[in-house]
Write a protein that binds this ligand. Structure first.
Ligand code: AMP
Ligand code: ZN
Length: 114
């Protein structure tokens, strides 16, 4: 989508602080970090929300989690622990409508989330 911020990052029109990249996934630091480590993993292909996933996107979601696992190790939070989450639509707190997996670590996470 031409007016999507994360598509522009995926296509190199805007350069985020990239920590991971492969053929289908881009990982970059969140501009407003909520933890010492806060990385967003996105599919390079535009998908708006979790509600828009199709059955054939299962492997892609697996790739996002495998990328999160690698970044967690790279960032030194794998053993201490971390949280991964997708926000979906208004009640879920989604603000950017290009699917992204949050990876948060480097501090104690609270439960339940706010
Ligand atoms: P969400 O609320 O789940 O849609 O999360 C969107 C995330 O994108 C927020 O944590 C923002 O801080 C982050 N964000 C927005 N603009 C940028 C940007 N230009 N570079 C990196 N992260 C961004
Ligand atoms: Zn997009």
């Amino acid at each position: 989508m031409s007016d999507c911020l994360f598509c522009k990052m995926a296509h190199g029109e805007i350069k985020p602080d990239v920590v991971y990249e492969d053929d289908t996934v881009l990982g970059f630091r969140d501009i407003n970090p909520q933890a010492p480590v806060h990385v967003l993993l996105i599919p390079k292909r535009h998908i708006s929300t979790l509600n828009d996933l199709e059955a054939e996107d299962g492997a892609l979601i697996g790739k996002l989690y495998l990328a999160a696992k690698r970044v967690a190790a790279q960032e030194g939070v794998a053993e201490g622990g971390y949280r991964t989450l997708f926000n979906c639509n208004g009640d879920g707190g989604q603000e950017v409508f290009h699917l992204h997996l949050h990876l948060l670590g480097g501090r104690q996470m609270r439960w339940p989330p706010g």
